[in-house]
Design a protein. Structure first.
Length: 131
């Protein structure tokens, strides 16, 4: 982030404390915003990763590649939306992708969906970043 951009977690004491995300992120001094399309767990050759952990790592790597191309990093993310095709995939996703979260963690929404663009896909991550 640029020196003038300030990103502050908003977690009121009257709302349960989330372990992996912030209830809100207040941003001031925003110079640029980047809206990242959903990134899925596919390799550069277009083949999907094996299982949720590899797909989560690939989706995060793809997200980070888009951020880097825009001159940003995970630290610039203020909002994530994560789509999983089954609730049982959450633990594997968190294990594989949890370390990539910035501090404070961004505002996040997790949705369990029936399917993604291809039956082989298990996870998709979209993001909003500011610089």
């Amino acid at each position: 982030m640029t020196a003038q951009t300030i990103r502050q977690a908003v977690n009121p004491p009257t709302v349960p404390a989330p372990p992996f995300y912030s209830q809100g992120i207040a941003v001031s001094g925003v110079g640029r915003m980047l809206f990242v399309s959903g990134q899925v767990g596919i390799r550069p050759d277009g083949t999907p990763g094996e299982g949720i952990e590899e797909q989560a790592q690939l989706a995060v790597a793809n997200l980070q590649a888009v951020l880097a191309e825009a001159g940003m990093s995970s630290d610039n993310i203020v909002k994530n939306t994560i789509y999983l095709t089954d609730a049982s995939l959450f633990e594997g996703f968190a294990k594989a992708a949890g370390a990539s979260l910035p501090s404070p963690p961004p505002a996040t929404t997790l949705l369990i969906v029936k399917a993604l663009a291809s039956p082989a896909l298990l996870v998709e991550i979209e993001a909003i970043a500011v610089a």
